[in-house]
Design a protein around this ligand. Structure first.
Ligand code: 0X9
Ligand code: ZN
Length: 520
């Protein structure tokens, strides 16, 4: 039997029949394997005002492809609708506006552009093999800075490849890890990581800020986490989202092992948010899990998607605020400002659960919750004018504005507080203790921690002890001034026994020297 997709109807052997037993999504997916590529002629993307559960349920009946997830301040959500479903939408009470009148027109425009000669690599989107070749080109250009990594193999046997970029030498450096294209159709999420790699490599010799960051950090980039799905969007269906498990696919960003199976994921394999049969059931997510577990130097992670212009923080699976919420907010704000400073684009930031909607089994909940990385998600351009079919002339500007956000994050996680000193040493019970830390970021919160154990994770050669930094206790905190200097004021407990104490100034993953002092 030959299906030809035609809105929510199927043409079977030339005669039109209404779908009765299978969901339209199921038929569409099966049809794609036979008739390709899929056309979206007459499909619209509509922004609908969702005021209650009934509105949402109604739209879920009319559309199996929700495009935006953020129910913004204005309460709207974007959906792709077939011509047929659009007719039905018109007969409801739902308030909507048409964002994309004919999706196929945008896809055709994108195809035509791909057919033209563009002088620069970033002037147009690139196929899986073109991206892979470009990684090789970058390695050939600067083998001293870039290494190609083999991360794993997809269901269909495509390589998941990546790059590590860092200055030569320098030993154990904190790792900054980001990747694109868990979702196949989000093409810009491939190009922006590639742009950042390209810029760091080409500007290394001339940009001292890049050189400084690459001296201090290792940048790990995987441009295409979902190579099978990405390939499929070039050959068969531009709107494919999931991996290529069976003919249904699994949403890789519901397949990670933190809160797997919870709110904002589906057990129905035809759903666009199908979570798979278990945590890390998919080779693509499992390869990334292994990559991260094998590299304990990784300290931060960004999962790059499109669209909506957002910086997403944990959690996705719960409305609770994470223990490091203040740090996430501080970095989120810093990245937002860095982005805004380039082309004036606004990216909101906040926990996924509250600023978009519940997501369980998402990547950055796992990297943060299970692995202790500062895990973020980005949603790149635009705000819905083109959605997933972002015109190629926005690749470079989108890359340009994300670049300083990555630089900010890399700086934040690698910039140790240079020095901490105590005002008096030794200390006495009941005495005022003043300490001073320098080299923090302006206005950041710095913590004065102490340990009485002398046992733990950092060996202090001069004292021949190892400080219990794995379980430090908080003495007090202070806000750094404009030059990054923080003054701590606290009291030594009046009943403190004679004891040796090790003090340290700290922020997330960033610590100063340790100072040993004797109380009493
Ligand atoms: O639903 C999703 O997975 C993301 N939205 S998208 O339109 N790109 O599909 C939002 C979740 C973001 N969470 C992480 N990036 N981890
Ligand atoms: Zn996505």
């Amino acid at each position: 039997m030959t299906f030809i997709k035609c809105g929510s109807l199927a043409l079977v052997a030339g005669s039109m029949v209404f779908l009765t037993t299978m969901s339209s999504a199921q038929v569409l997916h099966e049809a794609e394997d036979i008739a390709s590529p899929v056309t979206f002629e007459g499909h619209k993307v509509v922004r609908v005002l969702i005021e209650n559960e009934q509105d949402r349920d109604l739209m879920e009946q009319l559309s199996n492809d929700q495009w935006s997830h953020r129910q913004g301040a204005d309460g709207t959500v974007d959906y792709r609708v077939t011509p047929d479903a659009f007719e039905q939408l018109k007969n409801t009470d739902l308030a909507y506006s048409i964002y994309i009148d004919n999706l196929q027109t945008l896809i055709d425009r994108e195809q035509n552009h791909l057919g033209t000669d563009t002088p620069a690599w970033f002037d147009d989107y690139k196929t899986l093999s073109e991206v892979s070749d470009y990684v090789d080109d970058l390695v050939a250009l600067r083998p001293d800075l870039v290494t190609r990594t083999h991360v794993g193999t997809s269901i269909h046997g495509n390589e998941i490849f990546g790059m590590v970029i860092t200055s030569p030498g320098g030993g154990d450096k904190p790792g900054v890890f980001f990747h694109g294209c868990q979702h196949a159709r989000e093409w810009i999420s491939v190009m922006v990581p590639m742009y950042i790699a390209d810029r760091m490599i080409r500007d290394y010799d001339t940009d001292p800020a890049v050189q400084d960051i690459l001296d201090r950090t290792e940048i790990h980039i995987i441009p295409i986490v979902n190579p099978d799905g990405y390939d499929y969007t070039w050959t068969n269906n531009r709107m494919w989202r999931k991996n290529r498990r069976g003919s249904h696919g699994v949403d890789l960003n519901r397949n990670w092992g933190w809160g797997w199976g919870g709110e904002g994921s589906s057990g129905n394999k035809w759903s666009e948010i199908y979570r798979g049969t278990g945590p890390f059931s998919e080779p693509e997510t499992d390869a990334l899990r292994q990559y991260i577990v094998d590299r304990p130097n990784l300290v931060t992670h960004i999962d790059i998607h499109s669209y909506s212009q957002l910086i997403l923080q944990p959690w996705g699976n719960s409305s609770d605020l994470p223990p490091d919420h203040a740090t996430f907010e501080e970095i989120g704000e810093g990245m937002k400002n860095a982005i805004f400073g380039v082309h004036g684009k606004t990216y909101e930031h906040g926990p996924t659960y509250t600023i978009i909607y519940p997501v369980s089994g998402g990547s950055n909940d796992w990297t943060y919750g299970d692995q202790g990385l500062l895990g973020f998600g980005f949603e790149l351009r635009d705000l819905g004018q083109h959605g997933f079919i972002l015109p190629a002339n926005q690749i470079v500007p989108n890359g340009e504005e994300i670049f300083p956000a990555i630089m900010y994050l890399a700086d934040f996680v690698s910039d140790d507080i240079t020095e901490m000193v105590l005002s008096v040493d030794p200390l006495f019970a009941g005495q005022q203790l003043t300490a001073q830390a320098v080299g923090a970021e302006p206005a950041e919160t710095v913590y004065l921690t102490y340990s009485t154990q002398g046992i733990g994770s950092r060996y202090i050669a001069s004292l021949n002890v190892t400080l219990d930094l794995g379980n430090p206790k908080l003495a007090t905190s202070a806000t750094a001034d404009g030059s990054g200097e923080a003054i701590f004021e606290t009291m030594v407990p009046s009943d403190a026994p004679p004891i040796t104490v090790w003090f340290q100034a700290a922020h997330f993953e960033r610590t100063s020297n340790t100072v040993e002092s004797i109380i009493n």
